[in-house]
Design a protein around this ligand. Structure first.
Ligand code: ZN
Length: 63
């Protein structure tokens, strides 16, 4: 059974945290922080913002 994949994204700029569900069909490359409005992008070598800033990475990284 599929389980919800929730990753808490921490903004590197202001520290705002928000739990977001990781979509299973696409990588999230851009994420706008609700705290400061900064547009977050993955760090070099990461495929999505969850891998760079999330409490858990996206499901594709560990395949
Ligand atoms: Zn922020």
């Amino acid at each position: 059974m599929a389980t919800a994949r929730i990753s808490t994204i921490t903004c590197p700029s202001c520290g705002h945290q928000k739990a977001e569900e990781i979509p299973l069909d696409a990588c999230v490359y851009f994420y706008e922080c609700e705290g400061c409005g900064q547009l977050l992008k993955p760090l070099a070598g990461d495929c999505c913002v969850f891998c760079s800033y999330g409490s858990i990475g996206c499901p594709y990284k560990n395949l």
